[in-house]
Design a binder for this molecule. Structure first.
Ligand code: PHE
Length: 499
């Protein structure tokens, strides 16, 4: 009891518990390193930038690797959450995850082609362990009915975007202007600051997320052996690959990974709908979440073009010269987190404003709006490509507009998705369903890599058809969501009434 009282009286950090400050800075540094490195990734793998050559892999292969990486990061959040629940507890998962990520970035800082994939593997594994669990601790800082909960998550979302800005600014500059591996190393130093900060201020979290679920010790030991076995197998596969014993075409791998994600998602939803013994209301809600899942995957598949095809477009066809200054290509990705920080308060206010007038759109409609904004963003890009075909380079205003629309889409869809999954998932399956929310990002990431590869394989010519497809399928899914929202809305409101 006393700890709950203490927590609710703790208003140290902008009216929020001290622990939020610890998590704020850990996540800030983690995202700094993640996005800082990600902004350089495709540039480094392909021809590089003026005066700083890259590894010269083809656009299609580089994008596939980027897609596998982005997909893996969020796919691994599913086992990452499970390990925290059952073995390590959340705090220790965050700490170990952060250390593995640091190792990953420092591995990338080694100027060798052979260690490149190993570095990516470390970052992906570490992020899988850190990212879902740090958000869970945020939730655990507040008692169930603490009214600061939502604003706590809003502050946390700020840390994500402040960190991203820092990453693009610092790693982008160093990586492109000085040397790729210095950029990766800077990401490592950022993450090291995050680790240090977490170790020093971890005590402020108190018991939030300290212990794993109470389970039978024997079961826990079995779990640990299982995880140990998986780590052994993964290590064996990676090391033998590095030793040149096997190799695989990244595009083929990305396609199979995509199939795998689709199959496990389909199986999981079929299980929930037909075999989990849910009542009719719960099934209807699962059906709604399935639709949102499809919407989210489609949305992220467009959104994540930022570090893939849009980065290549920027490098090859956009003028970044301002007077005597030439901005790094990855600096354009600064726009998304900047717009998030600028406009998140406005969007939060907008929903409250509309809510008071009973005009707040329901969840599927908000998703549809997000997808429509995504589509409009790509319509802008189709025009940008048209202009670039006539005379290149084009101005940076095209990217400004596209990223603005995509950010508005993100602010409409992403927080709503998170809250939909935490609110409408059948209670017994909550943890797993949060994992499914991450799977949507994962599927989006790998699709982004595959589409980005197709879009950039033969210059501007190949961009228009892919961007046009993106527009079509985002609009088609938005249409379906709006069409079904009448039916789905009923279910959500019924649920609301019962509360
Ligand atoms: N910018 C967000 C972040 O890095 C994007 C995101 C949303 C990622 C939802 C995963 C899930 O956290």
């Amino acid at each position: 009891m006393s700890t709950v009282r203490e927590k609710s009286e703790d208003t140290y950090f902008f009216g929020h518990p001290k622990g939020l400050m610890t998590l704020f800075f850990t996540e800030m540094w983690e995202r700094m390193s993640y996005y800082g490195m990600r902004g350089l990734l495709v540039l480094y793998m392909t021809i590089g930038v003026a005066g700083n050559p890259g590894m010269d892999w083809s656009n299609i292969q580089a994008n596939a690797i980027y897609g596998i990486y982005a997909g893996m990061v969020y796919f691994l959040a599913v086992p990452g959450g499970w390990i925290a629940d059952n073995i390590l507890g959340y705090q220790r998962s965050v700490l170990i995850g952060a250390i593995i990520i640091t190792l990953g970035h420092f591995t990338l800082a080694i100027p060798l082609e052979q260690t490149f994939i190993l570095g990516l593997v470390f970052v992906a594994l570490g992020t899988g362990l850190l990212k879902p669990n740090i958000s869970s601790i945020v939730g655990q800082l507040y008692s169930q009915n603490d009214s600061r909960r939502d604003s706590g998550f809003t502050i946390f979302y700020m840390s994500i975007n402040i960190g991203s800005m820092l990453g693009f600014a610092v790693c982008g500059w160093l990586g492109e202007k000085v040397g790729w591996h210095l950029g990766f190393g800077a990401a490592g130093i950022g993450m090291l600051l995050g680790v240090t900060q977490f170790i020093l201020f971890r005590h402020q979290l108190g018991d939030a997320g300290k212990y794993p679920n109470k389970i039978n010790e024997q079961t826990r030991r079995n779990y640990i052996s299982g995880v140990g076995l998986v780590i052994f197998i993964v290590t064996f596969i990676v090391v033998s690959g590095m030793a040149g014993l096997w190799s695989i075409d990244p595009v083929y791998f990305a396609e199979r990974f995509r199939d795998f994600l689709v199959i496990i998602s389909v199986i999981y939803f079929i299980y929930l709908l037909f075999f989990a013994g849910l009542n009719t209301d719960e099934k209807r809600n699962v059906l709604m979440l399935l639709l949102l899942f499809i919407g989210a995957a489609a949305f992220w598949s467009g959104f994540d073009q930022s570090a893939g095809s849009l980065t290549i477009f920027t490098r090859d066809y956009v003028s970044l010269t301002f007077g005597s200054f030439i901005a790094p290509v990855s600096w354009t990705q600064f726009l998304n987190p900047l717009f998030v920080v600028m406009f998140a308060p406005f969007f939060a206010y907008l929903w409250v404003f509309l809510g008071k007038r009973n005009l707040d759109p329901n969840m599927p409609v908000k998703f549809a709006i997000g997808l429509i904004l995504m589509a409009i963003g790509f319509i802008v890009m189709i025009f940008a490509v048209k202009f670039a075909l006539v005379s290149s380079p084009v101005g940076v205003q095209w990217l400004l507009l596209t990223y603005l629309l995509h950010t508005f889409g993100e602010l409409t869809l992403s927080p709503v998705g998170l809250s939909a999954f935490s609110k409408y998932s059948p209670k017994k399956y909550l943890g797993q369903m949060m994992g499914i929310w991450f799977l949507a990002s994962s599927l989006g990431g790998v699709l982004a890599g595959l589409l980005g590869g197709e879009a950039t394989q033969s210059g501007l010519q190949s961009m228009t058809p892919v961007f046009t497809n993106l527009v079509y399928y985002c609009l088609a899914i938005a249409g379906i969501l709006i069409g079904l929202s009448f039916f789905i809305k009923g279910v959500s409101e019924e649920k609301e009434d019962q509360k």
